[in-house]
Design a protein around this ligand. Structure first.
Ligand code: TRP
Ligand code: ZN
Length: 884
């Protein structure tokens, strides 16, 4: 017999309910006694009643999984009955206006598989406190508006934990009479508890230095497990580049004498910006050509930059409450995007970011998890570290930049820091600084923080050839386009141009003007508005929403001929790419309908010609060409189908690949041979460009009938001295039913079985194989001795990749893929609810499929919901998906 759970459903927290804390905490002193079977944490809190709060308000401290050993108030040991304690709150009544509270608790890092709070990874101690993990370490006002100055003492066995780190500056260390070591740290800057960090263990230190613009020397220290000592150069260089960039771009200088980064193998997210002591998923620190791809190198650089930039946007100025998360995340993502654009290619970076936005954020915004970038409520805050808060949030920041210009944006940033340094503030404060610094009315712009969903901008172009005018009529429509839904028009920056018959941009002369630039940003503010361009002859092709100047969906009828023309000529490289994607996407979706209707398939010659022109366009760099010739993914295309038919879509897209490969085989061979090289690997842009286009060509050659693709891939896999070319080759082989497939997979495994990050790739490539029998193969891999659900990278590498990047395999109509995911979620939610909640999100779009698949997915969601003591993280996602 099973006992029914009697726990009440977890209640949401609402943005409107924000109230300031009853007490402030000015100083915190922490003492950690590290142990193998439990760690004792003593905290000394200097409390001061908030003058704005009621004089009789009690102190309510947050805690989770803490064993309270004792409390002292102003030096006096408290007796049972002098405080109230529940699983999550410690309440003290009638406290004096200022007092010192000392607490002693025991925690169990050795049994903490949630990876939130204090936990162990490969025998080392580390912490993760954002969003609400500090309460798993000690009783505290665990909210970001309580900012305190911290000192920390760490005591432990010097053999096991030769390195002991915390935030700020090292004050000193001593050896105790019992042989244990004690290290003392002090962070001079006030900070919220989510930025606290502690690390202890056997770690190698890769050291460097940075001299700030005002001439201060900052010590840089990257800590990794000893076997990874040779993979730190790129991270260090990236950190130096980031520090330099923030000085030059925003005038922002680092503020401590020491900056530390620690790489750990078990980490829920990408990395964490703890003050002076970042903790990173090792995936975003370690990079060597043998083990990391070009894309990995670029992600390391981007994540190092992201966390570094948080020192000002997040740490010096932080969030008042978690609803304001996009204040620091949207802004910091925008900053890291600009940094990468400046260090690589701005055009390619923009394409890459928009691709991800449309693939992850747009669907999130049209499904059960849709929320504004500033959410109104949450059950588990960890579930709101979303593509919407991060990536749409960055798009909203980009719009300020577009509307105000780079200089105006900088003025706004300067005012923001001038007003709010060392404060915990809101998104409204940021908008006010941007507005006040520029005398620009941003009242309407608030709607970007309030309305969820991707707005639609429908455009109609009307030409009067006799008058030489073109009228563009813009209509804003509610997300999803349902009539009658409540929607207020947004302030939308619309960057655009008009392309003349010769492929050149025409001057944009609005009615009443005599001349104009060839590109403008229109400010759309009304539900419907029109702009009349004059002085035109012939029929110009409008190039709208250049660079995706707003996170909206453009509805604009364009012929295949116009799309092909834009792909060939648009001066905005983003729109060139975008036109190509629209053209190829239309063709694949059209063929999908034909597959479903059992009609014969044929790829139009105009499509093949347009594709060939861009493949061979040597005015474009290799990265740009590689992006231009990559077909939109099945997952992306599925979004524009009324009812998703994963099988027909896969058949249609595979047909297009095979057809292009066959018809343009000479071109693919030529491009491959011209760019593929066994020259020693380097990270020069030209080399990266060559690898990208060569590997794109290899991908198509792999779609040929016959053995040519497999042979080329197998040869490349053997010959390459770097992971970029090796992974690309293996990616081709795993999709083919050829003898080289098994051989290559086995050899790769044998070579890399002791490199966890490379082994993750091995799992991922197989998880993405669309050969028949995918669910069974993935299930078998989950029983592999190297697989474990408890390591987030490994869980994502197999299960996340299968559910998110193998649409046809995961949605196998037997339901085996769904069952497999649900089984994993049910096991994992008891151990690591954050990761389980991420994985279960793959069911969010169940209503977009046919009745059969809907029933199967819904069945799995209900099976999960019925689990006894289901974690609130998973419960929230499943509840939303099922519509309760
Ligand atoms: N603030 C981190 C960032 O830079 C995000 C993060 C890291 C996080 N670890 C986390 C969020 C754990 C929630 C839970 O984006
Ligand atoms: Zn961040």
């Amino acid at each position: 017999m099973t006992t029914a759970t009697t726990e009440a459903a977890p209640t949401p927290t609402y943005r409107k309910d924000y109230t300031p804390p009853a007490f402030w905490i000015d100083r915190v002193h922490l003492e950690f006694d590290l142990g193998e079977t439990g760690t004792e944490v003593r905290a000394r809190l200097e409390l001061r009643r908030n003058p704005d709060a009621a004089a009789d308000a009690s102190l309510e401290l947050n805690g989770e999984d803490l064993e309270t050993l004792g409390l002292k108030l102003d030096g006096r040991e408290l007796q049972a009955g002098e405080w109230e304690e529940t699983a999550e709150l410690l309440t003290l009544r009638d406290l004096p206006a200022t007092c010192v509270l000392e607490t002693r608790v025991q925690v169990h890092p050795e049994k903490n598989f949630q990876l939130s709070g204090l936990y162990q990874s490969s025998g080392n101690f580390c912490t993760q406190c954002e969003a609400e993990g500090f309460r798993r370490i000690t009783w505290f006002l665990d909210r970001p508006d309580v900012m305190a100055r911290y000192t920390t003492e760490i005591t432990g066995d010097p053999e096991r934990y030769p390195v002991m780190l915390s935030n700020g500056n090292r004050l000193g260390e001593e050896v105790l009479t019992d042989g244990r070591k004690r290290v003392r740290w002090e962070d001079p800057f006030p900070k919220p508890s989510y930025l606290f960090a502690l690390v202890a263990g056997k770690l190698h230190c890769h050291a460097g230095e940075f001299k700030t613009k005002s001439g201060r020397k900052v010590a840089l220290e990257i800590y990794v497990e000893p076997q990874n000592a040779d993979k730190c150069d790129h991270a260090l260089l990236s950190l130096q580049q980031s520090m330099d960039w923030d000085e030059k771009t925003f005038g922002l200088e680092y503020d401590l004498d020491l900056y530390m980064i620690v790489a750990v193998g078990d980490f829920n997210m990408g990395a964490m910006e703890n003050k002076g002591l970042n903790v990173f998923n090792s995936k975003y620190v370690l990079a060597a050509k043998e083990t990391a791809t070009d894309d990995d190198f670029e992600s390391v650089q981007a994540v190092i930059a992201h966390e570094y930039f948080h020192n000002w946007t997040g740490n010096r100025v932080t969030c008042r409450d978690w609803f304001q998360l996009t204040l620091k995340e949207g802004l910091t993502v925008f900053r890291d995007q600009q940094f990468t654009a400046d260090h690589t290619s701005a055009a390619v970076k923009r394409i890459d970011d928009v691709r991800m936005l449309r693939l992850r954020q747009f669907p999130e915004d049209s499904g059960p998890m849709a929320h504004p970038i500033r959410p109104e409520s949450y059950i588990a805050m960890d579930n709101f570290y979303t593509a919407t808060v991060y990536d749409k949030g960055a798009e909203v920041i980009r719009m300020y930049h577009t509307l105000l210009g780079a200089e105006g944006f900088r003025k706004g940033m300067d005012l923001y820091f001038e007003r709010h340094d060392n404060q915990a503030v809101t998104c409204d404060d940021f908008r006010a600084a941007m507005s006040d610094a520029n005398g620009f009315d941003l009242k309407q712009f608030e709607r970007w923080y309030v309305q969820a969903g991707t707005p639609i901008v429908a455009v109609e172009a009307e030409q009067d050839e006799a008058a030489g005018t073109l009228t563009l009529r813009f209509a804003q429509k509610a997300p999803g386009g349902q009539p009658g839904e409540e929607f207020s028009p947004m302030l939308i920056p619309m960057r655009l141009g008009l392309i003349g018959a010769d492929g050149q941009d025409l001057p944009l002369i609005l009615a009443g003007e005599t001349e104009g630039p060839t590109e403008r940003v229109l400010e759309l503010r009304e539900g419907v508005e029109s702009f009349v361009f004059t002085g035109l002859s012939g029929r110009p092709v409008p190039s709208l929403l250049r660079g995706l100047s707003a996170p909206v969906d453009l509805e604009f009828e364009r012929s295949d001929a116009d799309l092909a023309f834009q792909l060939a000529h648009d001066s905005d490289s983003f729109n060139r790419w975008d036109a190509g994607q629209a053209l190829f996407g239309k063709a694949i979706l059209d063929l999908t309908r034909r597959v479903a209707a059992g009609q014969p398939l044929e790829l139009g010659i105009e499509i093949i010609d347009a594709f060939q022109r861009v493949l061979l366009d040597d005015t474009l760099d290799g990265s740009m060409r590689a992006f231009a010739v990559s077909l939109p993914s099945e997952r992306l295309l599925a979004q524009s189908m009324e009812v998703i038919d994963p099988d027909a879509l896969h058949t249609a897209r595979s047909f297009v690949r095979a057809e292009l490969a066959k018809r343009l085989v000479h071109d693919f061979r030529a491009v491959y041979n011209a760019n593929r090289t066994d020259a020693p690997y380097d990270l020069e842009k030209a080399s990266i460009d060559r690898r990208r286009i060569a590997n794109a060509a290899l991908g198509f050659l792999g779609a040929l009938e016959g053995t040519e693709g497999a042979e080329l891939a197998a040869t490349q896999l053997d010959a390459s001295d770097n992971m970029t070319d090796a992974e690309a080759a293996l990616a081709v082989l795993v999709q083919l039913d050829v003898p080289q497939r098994e051989t290559a997979l086995e050899a790769f495994y044998t070579k890399w079985k002791d490199e966890p990050l490379v082994l993750d790739k091995w799992f991922t490539l197989q998880a993405c194989s669309t050969l028949p029998g995918a669910p069974e193969r993935v299930e078998a891999l989950s029983k592999h001795s190297d697989f474990t659900l408890l390591n987030p990278n490994r869980a994502r590498s197999l299960i996340g990749a299968f559910a998110m990047a193998n649409q046809v395999g995961f949605n196998d109509k037997s339901g085996a893929g769904y069952r497999f995911l649900a089984d994993a979620v049910i096991v994992l939610q008891a151990q690591n609810p954050q990761i389980a909640a991420r994985l279960v999100g793959s069911f969010n779009h169940w209503k977009r499929f046919d009745a059969g698949r809907q029933a199967l997915m819904r069945g799995e969601l209900e099976r999960i919901r019925a689990v006894d003591g289901l974690s609130k993280d998973v419960g929230e996602i499943v509840g939303r998906a099922l519509g309760s």
